[in-house]
Design a protein around this ligand. Structure first.
Ligand code: MTE
Ligand code: MO
Length: 247
């Protein structure tokens, strides 16, 4: 049901703006992104351009109250320390064994101050708490409260360069994905270290995951290992999933 709803909403968006999209795309001399050269991803480009043109970039996703918090399934990799899975990471297993005391999130690329941030370092930034709905492409949704630091604050601290255009995320289970600067600096895009008032559970991406509330759930990368700021779009989407999936 939920999936149908999503598809019809997406279709409605595409249909509704196709006229504008048609005007907009040829007008945009360099299709800067993200589907350039890949026919299968033309839909992304249309959705991306349309949404970026029509919606104010910083509009907020709906926030809920604590009474709305629901049960929350864990999907995809549920523990990169599990040797029996192909996403096993020895490095992650070591971190888990000592309670993430030595875990540090690397930030490099187009920043003037590349570095590594421990959990304590991240917790020193101003806290952002938000109760939001997660929407998975598989057709389920769930509501949780997330505690974390706005990614934009961390990027600013790292001295983001003018040429920066995308932020790539690398996870311990091998996932790589990216977002653009508008989503990176969106006030609800956070590096989350808490869920429903507790430390982020392993199955939900401990010790730190990304929350991108403006997009479908798979952009909210779990088990963060490294953040790379870049001026180039790297299409890591060999899964067939759209790169841009605004909701
Ligand atoms: N590193 C990593 N991040 C990931 C995934 C994953 O398998 N590995 N699954 C994605 C998908 S498809 C969804 S719906 C959400 C699920 O988050 P949850 O397990 O906390 O419900 O995480 C996303 N981020
Ligand atoms: Mo998902």
């Amino acid at each position: 049901m939920e999936k149908k709803y999503l598809i019809s909403r997406r279709t409605a968006l595409i249909t509704g703006v196709s006229a504008i999209g048609a005007l907009l795309l040829p007008g945009c001399k360099k299709p800067t992104l993200p589907t350039y050269g890949n026919l299968l991803r033309m839909g992304d480009l249309l959705t991306y351009s349309a949404q970026r043109a029509l919606l104010p970039g910083q509009s907020l996703a709906k926030e809920y109250s604590s009474g709305d918090i629901s049960s929350f399934p864990a999907t995809g990799t549920v523990n990169p320390a599990d040797e029996t899975t192909k996403s096993f990471s020895q490095e992650y297993a070591n971190h888990l064994r000592n309670g993430f005391a030595d875990w540090k999130l690397k930030i490099d690329g187009k920043v003037s101050k590349p570095g590594s941030y421990s959990l304590t370092d991240l917790q020193k930034f101003p806290l952002r708490k938000q109760i939001t709905r997660h929407t998975c492409e598989e057709g389920w949704t769930a509501i949780a409260e997330w505690n974390g630091v706005p990614l934009g604050l961390v990027l600013q601290q790292a001295g983001i360069m003018q040429s920066a255009r995308f932020v790539n995320f690398y996870s311990y289970d091998g996932w790589i994905d990216s977002i653009d600067m508008m989503d990176a600096f969106h006030p609800q895009t956070i590096l989350a270290y808490g869920m429903n008032g507790k430390d982020l559970p392993i199955q939900h991406g401990a010790p730190v995951r990304l929350r991108v509330e403006t997009q479908i759930g798979y952009k909210s990368m779990k088990y963060l290992q490294r953040i790379e700021v870049t001026d180039q779009f790297i299409d890591t989407g060999d899964s067939g999933w759209a790169w841009y999936t605004g909701i």
